[in-house]
Design a protein around this ligand. Structure first.
Ligand SMILES: NC(=O)c1ccc[n+]([C@@H]2O[C@H](COP(=O)([O-])OP(=O)(O)OC[C@H]3O[C@@H](n4cnc5c(N)ncnc54)[C@H](O)[C@@H]3O)[C@@H](O)[C@H]2O)c1
Length: 399
């Protein structure tokens, strides 16, 4: 199968990471046309990455007859405009996170691509990290039993461009920027066909002189009863903290993607400057990342996307997922204001509707349910039981 020729929109941080990923390791899918507002930047980016064409007109870049795929790496307020142009051109569309600034805008985007019947992949890289993919498989294989809780954390000293800090352009603060990752990671562990029912969220502006939240913590409650917790911060010092945890009835997973990957380096003098994304120092104890693009999931993400385009199937992350994430974030913003649990409003739910929450009782004997067993320090075994008829809690020690 031949590779695809791509129009890349945006020459900022993510345009750079995406192009680096696609053009590395002898990849066959190549950026053919790069779009930037500035001619100088477009030319430099094209020359850095061996890209044949550059454009300062977005429409022309999208309509390049040589490209079949459009990748969007522009600020959040431009996603809809870029998607509309690409859908009109009948091209496959890959859009970065968040899909939109609100569920309403995300739904409009979803309708546009579904009406145009074009391929639409949601570039949620953090569910594609090698560790996360393997962890999701373990959960799906039942290694953890029923999932009860997930935790996903993304925290760093704040984004690198002005537009992120302007909530009219970006759609919000740390929640819309990073909560979108955490929420989708939680959905993947709990099951994307499980309805997110309601959310409770705290969000505040603790450090930065902006209108939006620079810190937030949220709980998303799912139809199974599972709760998915996210923590985001734009004022966390010491680098980019990316961690996930999953708890199930039969097991637990802990993941650390960035600050403690097993690679720690001390240098008194430093070297060429860049250590890892959002690293705050160049000397002392440092936490480099072996292959950032790989560790952040970009390689597996594009492999899934381009394989799906070739096969005519849906990728693991679709625009519908982006829409659900936006709906959950809308509820978070509402809850942060009302200080109450707020329902997730999904006018278009495509998952299961037959899921209920509740405890799966474990039978101990004819009269009792088992609460738990424990090996005591002196070697004896203890069981804690509940009487089925009276509800009385008791314990039994053996050995
Ligand atoms: N892990 C991830 O998936 C990830 C990481 C970072 C950013 N992003 C997303 O990628 C998108 C871009 O973020 P970024 O970090 O690359 O930002 P950035 O500021 O580094 O780059 C933005 C690009 O858009 C261009 N741009 C800005 N305003 C424009 C306008 N009005 N018209 C046309 N072009 C304009 C800039 O010149 C630049 O090329 C955002 O949606 C962001 O949320 C995703």
């Amino acid at each position: 199968m031949k590779g695809h020729k791509i129009t890349m929109l945006g020459t900022g941080l993510i345009g750079n990471f995406y192009t680096m990923t696609l053009h590395s390791q002898r990849g066959k899918d190549r950026v053919q046309t790069i779009y930037s507002r500035s001619e100088e930047r477009a030319k430099k980016f094209a020359s850095d990455w061996g890209i044949p064409k550059w454009e300062t007109d977005m429409e022309k870049a999208v309509n390049d007859p040589e490209t079949s795929v459009v990748i969007i790496g522009l600020p959040n307020n431009l996603h809809k405009e870029a998607i509309t142009l690409a859908a009109k051109a009948g091209k496959a569309i890959l859009c970065t996170k968040p899909l939109a600034r609100s569920a309403r805008e995300a739904k409009e985007i979803l309708d546009i691509v579904e009406k145009a019947a074009v391929f639409a992949g949601y570039l949620e890289d953090l569910v594609y990290t090698p560790k996360t993919l393997k962890a999701i498989k373990s959960v799906q294989n039942g290694a953890l039993g029923k999932v009860t809780w997930t935790r996903s954390r993304e925290a760093h000293p704040g984004p690198h461009s002005d537009w992120f800090w302007n909530s009219e352009v970006s759609g919000g603060g740390a929640i819309v920027d990073m909560g979108c990752h955490c929420i989708e990671i939680g959905r993947n562990f709990i099951g994307k066909d499980i309805l997110p029912v309601e959310v409770m969220c705290w969000a505040d502006t603790l450090v930065k002189p902006i209108n939006a939240e620079d810190n937030a913590v949220g709980l998303v409650k799912y139809a199974t009863g599972a709760v998915s917790q996210f923590e985001v911060s734009w004022s966390y010092r010491g680098g980019m903290d990316l961690r996930d945890e999953v708890a199930g009835v039969e097991g637990t997973i802990r993941l650390d993607h960035f600050l403690r990957t097993g690679f720690e380096l001390f240098t008194a003098v430093g070297e060429d400057g860049y250590v890892a994304e959002k690293a705050e120092s160049e000397t002392g104890w440092l936490f480099p990342v072996g292959d950032e693009a790989h560790a952040l999931g970009y390689n597996h993400m594009f492999t899934d996307m381009f394989d799906a385009i070739d096969k005519g199937t849906a990728p693991m992350e679709t625009f519908y997922d982006g829409y659900v994430v936006n709906a959950i974030m809308d509820a978070c913003y509402k809850s942060a204001k009302t200080k109450k649990w707020e329902p997730v409003e999904l006018e278009d739910w495509r998952g299961r509707t037959d899921v209920t929450s509740g405890i799966d009782m474990v039978e101990y004997d004819a009269d009792h349910y088992l609460i738990k067993t424990e090996k005591l320090p002196d070697g004896r075994d203890k069981v804690i039981l509940k009487n089925k008829n009276t509800g009385e809690i008791s314990q039994k020690v053996t050995g």
